[in-house]
Design a protein around this ligand. Structure first.
Ligand SMILES: Cc1cc2nc3c(=O)[nH]c(=O)nc-3n(C[C@H](O)[C@H](O)[C@H](O)COP(=O)(O)OP(=O)(O)OC[C@H]3O[C@@H](n4cnc5c(N)ncnc54)[C@H](O)[C@@H]3O)c2cc1C
Length: 414
């Protein structure tokens, strides 16, 4: 694999960009792999990458029914933060955020990480108490956050109206090293690095069945034929229920459409990310100038993978009070993804009742931020049989009542 550098760009500029290699190789399935990962979203690709990089396991195939990064990874609003309440969550999300800091150098691929700061607005007395509590918890967890007052909110984001009639801004939970990254680039960067390690990324290859023998996985059936494996990771976000069904067990996960929209591009007006739980909307500005706006999930389970007009109306109406200037913008496009929601709003990274099968799912509306940390932890779980970062996230916590309640941290879809 060629190293991307300023010298490479200059050299290619002189020869009409004819010397670039494909970022990742096109692969056809082999008969057998040590590990198969189903789903070439960020979590599947990151799991493969850290299996190779940290544990030397490189006979790996990543199977994708559509195109790489075409699921939620390429559809999200790219917010990265780690200001969660519970210790196990803070540990994995902060691991992830810290990996994002150097991911471009690590992958030799510019993922455009922009730690511009994330604030979660407090617009009720109840939220003030909730976010102050989270700020204290974060202090104990070593996660840098602070509860700030309305004047500081206005200073950091001048386009906010802090004295709205219904929900004035009373303060915010502020994480200065939270931010955004380019979502496609995260998938592409991991894919390129996996391919360079000799792993096979096989697109247009849907897994249609999971073969087991005496309680142990032996392979998968796919639209490109059967493939054998010793270990199997199911990393298919909103389609995890379908995969679990193929493997013969059930997961406490619901699949829902979550949507977002962007405005026409405008000059820079906002250099932080703002989330507003009470009115239920959030906004940031992309490098292209579009205002990136996220809404809520549908109120019913579905696999539609597209937006709906009533949500746009609700979300925009909610945000206009806090950001009056957006009322003059035109919408450019909207889209949706299928997210995988657990009851306690925390993920599942776990062994399963079938030996050799692992699941990584339940990231719901907020798994983009977790991609590097989740991949790191999942690879450790698969390679060594245990990881300190996944210990509390087993699928059996629902049976045992050991919930990791993050309903406040995950209050607004993000
Ligand atoms: C509108 C929206 C906004 C969001 N905003 C944020 C945000 O701001 N910040 C944040 O942290 N998170 C956000 N999220 C959540 C985040 O996008 C997801 O949690 C994350 O991308 C999940 O990644 P993944 O790799 O698990 O899943 P995906 O990227 O969905 O990848 C799963 C892959 O599995 C493939 N697959 C499914 N079934 C099969 C099969 N049978 N065979 C082969 N392949 C299969 C799919 O095609 C897909 O490519 C948002 C999500 C949406 C939809």
């Amino acid at each position: 694999m060629k190293h991307y550098s300023v010298f490479a760009v200059a050299r290619e500029a002189l020869r009409q960009h004819t010397g670039w290699d494909r970022a990742w190789a096109k692969a056809e399935p082999k008969k057998k792999y040590d590990v198969i990962i189903v789903g070439a979203g960020g979590h599947g690709l990151a799991t493969a990458y850290y299996l190779g990089k940290n544990h030397g396991i490189r006979n790996v195939a990543i199977l994708e029914k559509g195109w790489l990064g075409g699921g939620n990874t390429g559809r999200n609003t790219t917010i990265i933060r780690s200001n969660y309440l519970q210790d196990p969550s803070a540990a994995i999300y902060e691991k992830s955020r810290s990996l994002y800091e150097t991911l471009s150098q690590d992958l030799n691929y510019n993922i455009m990480f922009s730690p511009r700061g994330v604030m979660m607005l407090a617009q009720t007395q109840h939220e003030i108490r909730g976010y102050q509590r989270t700020a204290h918890a974060n202090g104990l967890q070593g996660v840098e956050t602070a509860f700030i007052g309305p004047d500081k909110v206005k200073e950091l984001c001048p386009i906010i109206n802090i004295s709205g009639p219904r929900y004035p801004v009373l303060g915010a939970l502020w994480q200065p090293r939270g931010g955004t990254a380019r979502h496609d680039a995260v998938a592409w960067g991991y894919a390129r690095a996996c391919s360079a390690m000799g792993m096979d990324i096989i697109q247009q290859c849907e897994v249609t069945g999971i073969r087991r023998d005496a309680g142990k996985v032996v392979g998968v059936d796919t639209t490109k034929g059967p493939i054998d494996c010793d270990k199997l990771a199911l990393v298919t976000a909103g389609h995890i229920g379908v995969m679990a069904n193929m493997a013969g067990f059930r997961l406490p996960v619901e699949s829902l459409a979550l949507q977002a929209l962007v405005s026409e591009p405008i000059k820079p007006v906002m250099d932080v990310v703002v989330m507003a739980n009470t009115v239920h909307g959030y906004m940031s500005q992309s490098d292209k100038g579009e205002m990136v706006i996220g809404g809520g999930t549908d109120g019913f389970n579905n696999y539609t993978q597209r937006g709906s007009f009533h949500h746009i109306e609700e979300t925009v109406r909610a945000l206009v009070e806090t950001f009056p200037m957006i009322s003059r913008l035109k919408m450019l496009r909207q889209w949706g993804g299928i997210v995988d929601m657990t009851g306690d709003r925390s993920p599942i990274l776990s062994k399963t009742p079938v030996e050799g099968i692992f699941v990584n799912c339940g990231w719901g509306t907020g798994g983009f931020k977790a991609i590097p940390g989740s991949g790191w932890a999942m690879a450790e779980l698969m390679a060594k049989g245990a990881s300190p970062l996944t210990e509390e996230f087993s699928m059996w916590r629902f049976r045992e009542g050991k919930f990791i309640d993050e309903s406040v941290a995950a209050g607004v879809a993000h």
